[in-house]
Write a new protein. Sequence first.
Length: 156
Amino acid sequence: MNIVFDSDLPEEGLSRLAEAMDGLWEGDDLSAEILLVSEEEIRALNARERGVDRVTDVLSFPAMEDIKGAPILADEHGEELDENGNVFLGSVVICEQRAREQAREYGHSFERELWYLAVHGLLHCLGYDHETEEEKREMREKEEYVMGKLDLRRGE
């Protein structure tokens, strides 16, 4: 199982992210989009898509629903296939300025914050959420697992 990215993030980091995400789903190869945008762009997107007129750090737009824990198979998700036959997982949009601000607030590197937001958004696309305490715990465990594989733990 592999995941490929359409992104303007550094290719080396995307390769490491794909390796770190390996094993979080069963099924066929996936693709996802990760975009960096300005505060103005993410505010407009947040207002249009969620009805929340404010800047946020990350937005996720899953291509599929109810996939958490289920095999993700190309023959079951034909409408979500990209041009290479990978199942399109969805889009993650990150506000670069908010990531920089949060890195300073939390006392860690911009690199750590940027990749954390990418992981967080991708987990939403894989069906994880944090609405309840149980969901939050489960999602945090997955985030920490991936960030550990990236060697970008808290405080770094």
